[in-house]
Design a protein around this ligand. Structure first.
Ligand SMILES: Cc1cc2nc3c(=O)[nH]c(=O)nc-3n(C[C@H](O)[C@H](O)[C@H](O)COP(=O)(O)OP(=O)(O)OC[C@H]3O[C@@H](n4cnc5c(N)ncnc54)[C@H](O)[C@@H]3O)c2cc1C
Length: 479
């Protein structure tokens, strides 16, 4: 299968991956989950594989921060949640002997902070004028707004919006030409109502509803990862999300080279050549095939002049958009807020403040401050100390007592990561034109990673892993 479909990928994975013929050495670029899963499966199939990773750690965008926190506390800089329908993630967790537990995002004590006032989702009627809600919206709960403006009209798009495997349709392609904000406004949502339901669109955090593709959004919101689906069970990996990457990397440790950024990929009649930095030297490996899992935002660090890629591939790489996200973590001496599981959505630069350690009763706590979009970029431009001071100033306004209880802090800006350069895929209007081109193999070079997913909104561990399996089938098929 040189171009397997999503369903074929799943069927082949369940049945057992086919062996590879005529391929002796594969170079995998990147040891995020896509690269690790590809290398793990290649090793099991008996194919020689070399993974080149720019960072000193595996895992890419699964990064658990353990320092500088006290008492064994930790926080997630990247991926946090796994749903019961993330089949590929659950498969590899089982394979690695890892477990899940309920996510911190479940059962939170959620409240809004808008226009200087704090209120709960069941008390919006009292703030209708302040929020600019229309008369027929003011007696709705937020869930009812979601049903009116999101779930019910999305269901009317057609069965394809909920189908287990992604299929495009004329209606979905039409939606791909319209930004989410316009669709919500057409459905009658006021600016105030949009501001209340937007925090539920997890896939849009750090994005701009005025630019985001309504096709990708509708598919996500109708799917198993949506916060508006009450049947979804949100879990997290016990012990920290990085456990999965560490376990996979541990199983193939002799195949991975860290601090080995790839700087050039070329291919010709004789095969492919991958050049990387090996301490202060340039080294080139010959390969029968190359699997590139580098986020497209970071591809500009690799010279592709002799890679033989068509112009459309270069254009696709340039056009793929990523969200900006910066997380700031503040370790507090004790819990000084009343909520058992604080989650505060604000209209200020820090769009969410939450208790990142709700499972810990008594003692120190970590408050997480999430910034997206241009706020994330602006704060990423600050020095490390300035970021903490900025966050403390903001949090003190929202939760008085922050400065008094603050012990230490750290931050993580995904835009700053030289070899990642963004948080996750943010499908914008016109995204459907990029999808097939992004994952299409080009000669001996194959592409994996969340940005090559079958799903338009593929920014998740599950779809990064799925993309690795798809590449395994490409490798097993005819060229
Ligand atoms: C803030 C945030 C929150 C998220 N929340 C969730 C969530 O709750 N649930 C979920 O499922 N997913 C979530 N995600 C998405 C998920 O983390 C990613 O989709 C997934 O981890 C991507 O894996 P990948 O292998 O495609 O890419 P990456 O993890 O980015 O791996 C790519 C690797 O390539 C390496 N690399 C890049 N350039 C080079 C080079 N030139 N040479 C060598 N190596 C190179 C990088 O260092 C990196 O290790 C989140 C992501 C972020 C950032």
């Amino acid at each position: 299968m040189s171009r397997p479909t999503q369903q074929e990928t799943r069927t082949a994975f369940d049945a057992g991956l086919p062996p590879l013929r005529g391929i002796e050495h594969v170079v995998v670029v990147g040891a995020g989950l896509a690269g690790l899963a590809a290398a793990y499966e290649l090793t099991r199939l008996g194919t020689k594989v070399t993974v080149l990773e720019a960072n000193r750690l595996p895992g890419g965008r699964t990064r658990t921060l353990r320092a500088p926190f006290s008492d064994g506390l930790y926080a997630e800089a990247g991926a946090m949640t796994v749903t019961t329908r993330c089949d590929y993630t659950l498969h590899y967790l089982r394979e690695m002997g890892l477990e899940t537990e309920p996510s911190d995002l479940v059962g939170t004590d959620f409240s809004y902070y808008r226009c200087g006032t704090r209120f709960r989702p069941d008390a919006i009627a009292g703030h209708a004028a302040l929020l600019g809600l229309k008369p027929d919206e003011k007696d709705l709960t937020v869930r009812e707004m979601v049903a009116r403006y999101v779930t019910r009209p999305n269901d009317e798009i057609g069965p394809e919006v909920r189908a287990p495997a992604w299929t495009s349709s004329p209606r979905l392609r039409e939606l791909d030409r319209i930004p989410v904000r316009e669709v919500l406004a057409d459905r009658g949502a006021s600016v105030g109502a949009i501001s209340l339901i937007e925090p539920l669109f997890m896939e849009m955090q750090g994005g701009d509803l005025g630019a985001a593709s309504a096709m990708a959004w509708a598919r996500y919101e109708a799917g198993p990862r949506s916060m508006s689906d009450p049947t979804t069970r949100w879990n997290k990996i016990k012990g920290g999300t990085d456990s999965l990457a560490r376990a996979l990397a541990g199983a193939i440790s002799d195949r991975i080279r860290y601090r080995a950024p790839v700087v050039r990929i070329a291919q010709d009649e004789a095969g492919a050549q991958v050049t990387f930095l090996d301490r202060n030297r340039l080294r080139t490996l010959a390969a029968d095939r190359v699997v590139v899992t580098v986020p497209f935002a970071a591809m500009r660090r690799i010279d592709l002049a002799a890679a033989g890629l068509p112009a459309e591939k270069h254009a696709t790489m340039r056009r793929m958009r990523y969200a900006s996200a910066t997380r700031i973590f503040l370790q507090m001496r004790k819990q000084f807020w009343p909520e058992r599981q604080l989650m505060l959505s604000t209209d200020r630069p820090i769009c969410t403040v939450r208790d990142a350690t709700p499972w810990r009763i008594g003692g120190r706590k970590i408050l997480e401050c999430w910034l997206g979009g241009w706020f994330a970029q602006a704060v990423a431009g600050m020095g490390r100390e300035e970021r903490i001071d900025f966050a403390l100033g903001e949090v003190e306004d929202l939760l008085p007592g922050a400065r008094e209880n603050f012990e230490l802090g750290t931050s993580f800006a995904w835009d700053d990561e030289r070899y990642i350069a963004g948080a996750y895929l943010l499908p914008e209007v016109g995204h459907s034109e990029l999808m097939e081109r992004a994952r299409r193999p080009e000669g001996l070079i194959h592409f994996a990673g969340e940005h090559t997913a079958y799903e338009p909104n593929g920014g998740s561990m599950n779809y990064a892993l799925e993309s690795a399996i798809r590449v395994l089938l490409e490798l097993a098929g005819p060229r």
